[in-house]
Design a binder for this molecule. Sequence first.
Ligand SMILES: [Mg+2]
Length: 316
Amino acid sequence: MAAEKGELALIDWIRRNQTLRSSRVSIGLGDDLAGLRLDGQELLFGCDQVLDTVHFKLSECGARAAGRKALARNLSDVAAMAAEPLAALASVALPNDMPAEEARQIVRGMWDLAEQFNFPVIGGDVGSWGGALVINVSILARAAGVGPVLRSGAKPGDVIMVTGELGGAILGKHLSFVPLVKEARVLAEAVKVQAMIDVSDGLAVDLRHITAESGCGARIIAERIPISEAAKELARKCGDTALAHSLSDGEDYELLFTVAAADADRAAKVLRSAGTQASRIGEITEAKVVLVGKDGREQELPAGGYEHFTGPNRPG
Ligand SMILES: [Mg+2]
């Protein structure tokens, strides 16, 4: 029988089959960053890549935006744990025919963001080949006093909140977003964040990462989901509803998190003071992930969203 194909199926297979383990690993597979405990200190690591035509279109956005995005995605994972970035490394697979100046622009795009968040890019690797541009960034971070906030801490009764607005990031936000590193730290300093993830694959998919890792369910209220103007614009063009876009589109890089009900007001307040709105979109339950529609009817939340490696690529 052929093995099940898909990003999640592969991760699940790795989880079940990896044999080498270390007592130093404090956070293993299944979170935004992995953790290692060394001499009493916990260091957090992650890596994330971007591929030309999948995560950006080099011919449209240019090399600087591609380099910036590669680092920004990693910083969003740092934000998802309310951690503090320390350093990054970058490997690039350059197309053989890429001009030297364009290659430099990739690095400039990374420096733009590294300067903004005050950490260095300390190394990497350069290769070239006959294929399209690939940029892989590894990030090193630490908890530095708060967190790290995991995906696995949500409890029934928690309020589910999300920052910003969702959907339609393909129209521009997927390149221009500013990772919510500072906002996440302000939040986690003010209240106990039970579980958190960045919305990279779409609300429906990323919420399921929290419920799966926490062993619980969720109840989301459709009318409370903050739908972006871009989602509405896409809905007018493509025929899907704006709600569907806000549930399923990836790459908003907003923060999806849960807090005890008593902390929800304070969470919204501190995020507002940090310049970000946060919406209460539902609550954590014992089991099942359901969406309450505008008519009040509950339905199982479609697991729609972007999962890699299941079929043909789509831009995103
Ligand atoms: Mg993430």
